[in-house]
Design a protein around this ligand. Structure first.
Ligand code: B12
Ligand code: SF4
Length: 498
């Protein structure tokens, strides 16, 4: 019987990939596959020159091709590889999973390049799918999937989430470790310039329900985590086997249980693991950490925290159901500063029905926070885009948003960027994009500041002030800031972008 399972990680960006993260979703699937006698082969489009060719070479021995995708370019790239494969090898079933296909499952199964969608957590469901694809091809008894048979589409009930502690550790050795371990700019502004870094996830899901987020569709409001002992033993293994000295935790809600994190940190300290790390935290949590707790985080290697601040306006925080206060955001910055922890703060603008003043208010708020912690405060600005299954998707439809009707269209990033938002004018849209770009570039400047450090900092702070001033006055002509950003980008030494 065939045992090979081909797994494709499509390209995240249509341009050059900035950071090469480990393909965690495929590694997570691969552990249980190996434990059950299958042979997973990960083909990463970001690393492999011709992924379709590689897949075709191995297709005779394979049960299926599995493709992971987030909304955006991964859908596009995944579909294009799938087309090339299907053109030459019609028999190979194509199974999709991940955040994109999960929230777009009904649409995805209409696409001829999608035979099955595994919705939500994939490990156990995929094993069942493989068992049946390799034998009777009858998928009708499997929960958690959507699939197509001829012209008919079937949607099976959701599956209960499995305990992550029962799942085997991620088999990082399946990918060329050294290629992925070098994205050291992610531990932002850390004293270690040459981190050997691993991506890792210790919990899945989230108990909150921010109105713009699709987590609820995927994890049903649950949060489930690895026991601290398991995390510590994984970290020990990473240090001993892969010689890593930096860990990027990708949990949506790393600090949901602060006692669990305390045990993990104490373990790192006791075992003297020589690592620094980065994770996400909510503003309301960070704002309330005691000094002892913060000191312990720092001692265990915490050097960067990421906070979804989104806004400084209470009305907007209410609209997006963030369950944090503007004061929490301010306090978070002060807390991070106490221990010199870099703080990446995400903000979002362009919500349906947001008051016109939200954009200038947000920029002013960022300016205020920025002045509290100039050295290591890194604001990132995002332009809201409605994601199916999130409450604000319904609001957007109510405001006249035209549904994106096909799975393939959800992959066309450029079209999506310019997709009309009926709640604002085209001019405002393009202005927001420019400002988003400016902030993105500011972030790069900050991270790349080694050579032009002082100059960058000075210019960036002038530019942010200038942008705030524009917003206040409603004057958007001649955006010299963007030109200067572009010019500065030219100045950056290519080597420093890692
Ligand atoms: C790391 C990360 C990134 C990295 C890339 C990761 C990488 N490996 O290269 C970067 C920074 C590039 C990124 C970009 C973006 N991201 Co992101 N990202 C994440 C993050 C933090 C971790 C993903 C991860 O590895 N999880 C761990 C693995 C084990 O879980 P998993 O991916 O869910 O996989 C499981 C199942 O989904 C399923 N599964 C997955 N794939 C497959 C495939 C098959 C065949 C099967 C059977 C099953 C299956 O089984 C797996 C095991 O259970 C998640 C949040 C999170 N904590 O999950 C957000 C998240 C996935 N990202 C999100 C978003 C919005 C984005 C962006 C659109 C942000 C932006 N505005 O630019 C872009 C998309 C870029 C693009 N064009 O595709 C959203 C998802 C939205 C959506 N519905 O698609 C998330 C959930 C964050 C959030 N809370 O909103 N992201
Ligand atoms: S944005 Fe973060 S905190 Fe809010 S629901 Fe999504 S994962 Fe949870």
């Amino acid at each position: 019987m065939k045992k090979t399972v081909l797994l494709l990680y499509p390209k995240i960006s249509s341009g050059p990939e900035e950071n090469l993260y480990f393909p965690l979703s495929l590694l997570a699937l691969s552990g249980p596959l190996m434990a059950n006698g299958y042979k997973p082969v990960i083909i990463d489009s970001r690393v492999e020159e011709n992924p379709a060719e590689k897949i075709l070479e191995l297709s005779d021995e394979a049960i299926c091709l599995g493709i992971t995708a987030m909304i955006g370019n991964q859908i596009s790239d995944g579909l294009s590889v799938a087309k090339k494969v299907r053109g030459k090898c019609h028999e190979l079933p194509i199974v999709w999973g991940g955040w994109g296909p999960t929230v777009l499952a009904d649409m995805a199964v209409q696409n001829p390049m999608v035979d099955v969608v595994v919705r939500g957590q994939g490990e156990i469901t995929f094993l069942e799918v493989l068992k049946h694809l390799a034998t009777d091809r009858d998928l009708s008894g499997i929960d958690g999937i959507s699939y197509r048979r001829g012209k008919h589409v079937f949607k099976k009930p959701d599956r209960a989430v499995a305990d992550v502690n029962e799942l085997p550790p991620l088999p990082y050795h399946l990918v060329p470790f050294d290629r992925y371990a070098v994205s050291h700019r992610l531990i932002a502004l850390s004293p270690l310039h040459n981190c050997r870094q691993i991506d890792y996830i210790t919990s899945r899901g989230c108990p909150f329900r921010c109105a713009y987020c699709s987590d609820f569709v995927v994890n049903k409001g649950k949060w489930y985590a690895l026991e601290p002992e398991r995390v510590i033993s994984d970290l020990e293994r990473f240090v001993a086997k892969f010689k890593v000295n930096a860990v990027h935790f990708h949990d949506n809600n790393f600090f949901s249980n602060p006692h669990r994190i305390e045990k993990i940190c104490r373990g790192i300290i006791e075992k003297k693991l020589p690592i620094i790390w980065r994770a996400q935290v909510r503003a309301d949590q960070l704002a309330r950490f005691s000094d002892d707790y913060l000191a312990m985080l720092h001692q265990s290697g915490c050097r960067t925290l990421v906070v979804g601040m989104e806004s400084g306006n209470p009305e907007i925080l209410e609209l997006i159901n963030k369950k944090t206060r503007a004061d929490d955001n301010v306090m978070s910055v002060r807390q991070a500063k106490k221990y010199g922890i870099a703080l990446i703060a995400n903000f979002m603008v362009g919500f349906p029905d947001e008051p016109q003043s939200n954009l200038p208010d947000t920029l002013n708020f960022i300016g205020r926070l920025f002045s509290l912690y100039r050295e290591k405060f890194l604001p990132r600005l995002y332009f809201f885009f409605p994601i199916p299954g999130s409450p604000l998707y319904q609001t957007a439809l109510g405001c006249g948003w035209q549904k994106i009707a096909t799975f393939a269209s959800w992959g066309r990033e450029k079209e999506m960027m310019n997709y009309p938002r009926p709640w604002m004018s085209q001019e405002r849209c393009s202005l927001i994009w420019k400002i988003v770009y400016a902030y993105g570039f500011y972030m790069q400047l900050k991270l790349l500041h080694a050579r032009y450090g002082f100059l960058n900092r000075m210019l960036a702070s002038v530019m942010i002030k200038s942008l705030c001033f524009r917003m206040k006055r409603g004057f958007f002509g001649f955006l010299w800031e963007i030109m200067l950003f572009r010019w500065l980008k030219v100045l950056q030494p290519a080597k420093a972008t890692k």
